[in-house]
Write a protein that binds this ligand. Structure first.
Ligand SMILES: Nc1ncnc2c1ncn2[C@@H]1O[C@H](COP(=O)(O)OP(=O)(O)OP(=O)(O)O)[C@@H](O)[C@H]1O
Length: 593
């Protein structure tokens, strides 16, 4: 504002938070100054982070547009990260440049270069040493009458169409309020008509002045605003403003909501960055930095070096096997491979031979001697996965082996000494199974020397971004990351299949997404579940899924062999050709066995 005296820019308030500063009460107690500046501050604070506007000015002209009656200036001080607001309430005559600006009857964007070319001078604010490079002027207009101008100035960033659109709406609200406050007191009868005629958006009801002269409204406004103090929040301010200017408030609120929504959308589309202080600890292959996993890591530290039996409990896919392997690999037994038995995947009639081995001819089909998993795990660790599925008769045998530390092969006559450390895992509530009589109490206590509970993924959402980044890196080195939206989607999902489900989802997402950043996650629709024996919800599998899982388990047991006496076809009771075509149809891959 060239020509405005520097002394007429008193420093009124500094805003660093969402609190409203005490309202300025000028000598003439202009209610309008207070309300407009408060609104202007709020609006500018919202506009600044969104469009990087460095300076905003509201100029209010006199009736003839020859004098600036009032002006509010909000400047963003980047070095101090704060907004500084000034008010002018001494009328001053419009300069040549200001007359041009006041003559703009529609929004105008001008650069420093354009001003210099057209007027030989750039438009700059006298009290601000910055010569702004980009300018935007929006008339505050009601019914073709210019009441003032909303000016916006930027140092580095050009004004976008989006910004112009938003700010034009903001200018409309400011004009509404300006009009309301500067209207001359009218006779009550005329007032309603005048207000409705001038601005269809403002009704008599909106200012509730059916009989009172307009000055009453200003007094009321002043009274209310004086009550606004340091402790008032933005919401408080708005609820007070709402009672005074219901319609204008509604519009402004809508606009601010739109700005917020736009901001959220921009944030959602921005790249999610991981906090830097989440470096892996002792277990780089296990991702987790939240309190839940830290507790697990501390327990692992305590038990790894010992010989104690460990029972790992947790829902399916929470990483029980991963933890078991990590414990083994940090134990004295690490030089020998950990042996795994999945108690749920082996048919009941074969589990004994699987665990303890059999002699040749021990039963029909036992054409060779077979070494059991216990013998294989000698001087190593035996990982008994899904221990809750072990049939009761085998629970007795297992307990005896654990107590006596020796086994007998099925059909064998000699006992074999074994030195095996047991780590078992279950996704059932094993203690509840003991209470129900499905699991032997003595075996439970023998296995549960050192319990580790793995929290489900939905209870450690802080680990989700880390796990997502880890799997993205594993499945695709070319992709750079996820948007905030994608991370939010993952955090809000319940992950019934836990980390395994997440791993598969990201693997799939990598294939589906063509962009370098994964912007959206195809979260599965809610699946229906039925409780299993233990009451744990289980996904309802289709017949094909069930068939696939069963064939997969038997093939795993037979190490991928389909035909022959030790082949899966025989165990499943179908010809090898039938099994082969099923394997093909179900897209089972032999390389997995
Ligand atoms: N914290 C983790 N960090 C990295 N990968 C993990 C983590 N937890 C689980 N995974 C991965 O998720 C998948 C499932 O883990 P795992 O097989 O250990 O789960 P589980 O609890 O034993 O499952 P189930 O009960 O179904 O046998 C594996 O690929 C594993 O590597």
């Amino acid at each position: 504002m060239n020509g405005l005296p520097q002394s007429s820019f008193p420093e009124t308030s500094r805003h660093t938070s969402l609190k409203i500063s005490p309202p300025l009460l000028p000598d003439n107690a202009l209610g309008s100054a207070i309300s407009l500046i408060s609104l202007f501050n709020i609006v500018f604070k919202k506009l600044h982070p969104l469009f990087s506007i460095d300076c905003g000015v509201v100029l209010i002209y006199d009736e003839q547009i020859t004098v600036i009656q009032e002006a509010y200036i909000s400047t963003y001080l980047s070095d101090r990260e704060e907004i500084h607001t000034g008010v002018i309430n001494q009328p001053s005559e419009l300069t040549r440049l200001q007359k041009i600006i006041a003559g703009f009857s529609f929004p105008v964007i001008k650069s420093m270069a354009e001003w210099e070319e057209e007027e030989n001078v750039n438009h700059c604010l006298v009290n601000n040493e910055t010569h702004y490079k980009y300018h935007c002027y929006i008339p505050l207009e009601i019914e073709n009458k210019i009441l003032g101008t909303l000016e916006l100035h930027n140092n580095t960033r050009e004004f976008s169409t989006e910004c112009l659109m938003f700010c034009s709406n903001i200018a409309d609200f400011l004009a509404d309020i300006l009009y309301l406050q500067h209207i001359q007191p009218l006779k009550p009868d005329n007032q309603k008509a005048a207000l409705t005629n001038h601005s269809p958006k403002l009704t008599a009801e909106s200012i509730n002045t059916e009989s009172a002269p307009h000055t009453d409204l200003l007094l009321k406004l002043n009274e209310q605003l004086v009550q606004i103090n340091e402790s008032d929040t933005l919401d408080n301010f708005f609820s007070k403003a709402a009672s005074l200017f219901p319609l204008a408030y509604k519009k402004i609120k809508k606009q601010l909501e739109e700005i917020d929504a736009f901001k959220t959308q921009r944030e959602d589309e921005s790249l999610h960055t991981l906090p830097g202080d989440m470096a892996p600890g002792n277990y780089p292959e296990i991702i987790g930095a939240g309190p839940g996993m830290k507790k697990v890591f501390a327990l692992m530290d305590q038990v790894s070096g010992s010989e104690s039996s460990v029972l790992i409990m947790g829902e399916t896919g929470t990483g029980k096997e991963l933890i078991a392997r990590a414990i083994h690999e940090r134990s004295e037994r690490k030089d020998k491979t950990m042996i795994k038995v999945n108690c749920a995947a082996i048919p009941a009639n074969l589990i004994e031979s699987e665990l303890f081995g059999h002699e040749k001819g021990a039963f029909t089909g036992a054409t060779d001697r077979r070494i059991g998993k216990f013998e294989l795990a000698d001087n190593s660790t035996l990982f008994l996965d899904e221990i809750g599925e072990l049939p009761l008769d085998l629970q007795v045998k297992l307990l005896r082996v654990l107590q006596e530390k020796e086994i007998e092969r099925v059909g064998g006559k000699t006992t074999i000494k074994t030195d095996v450390r047991i780590i078992s895992a279950t996704n059932r509530d094993l203690f509840a199974e003991v209470e129900r009589g499905n699991f032997r109490r003595d075996l439970y206590y023998r296995l549960n020397v050192f319990p580790i509970n793995l929290p489900p993924l939905r209870e450690r959402t802080e680990d989700i971004p880390l796990l997502a980044a880890y799997f993205l890196d594993r499945y695709c080195k070319q992709k750079t990351g996820f948007t905030q939206r994608a991370v939010k989607q993952m955090i809000n999902y319940r992950w019934p299949g836990n980390v395994r489900e997440m791993e598969h989802l990201i693997e799939r997402q990598v294939l589906l997404s063509t962009k370098p950043v994964i912007s959206e996650i195809n979260i599965p629709a809610a699946v229906k579940t039925i409780p299993d024996k233990a009451g744990t919800p289980q996904k309802i599998k289709t017949i094909e899924e069930n068939e696939r899982d069963h064939i997969f388990a038997v093939l795993q047991l037979c190490k991928g062999r389909v035909s022959g006496t030790e082949g899966a076809a025989r165990l499943l009771g179908v010809p090898a050709t039938t099994l082969n075509s099923k394997i093909k149809r179900l897209r089972l891959n032999k390389k997995h066995f």
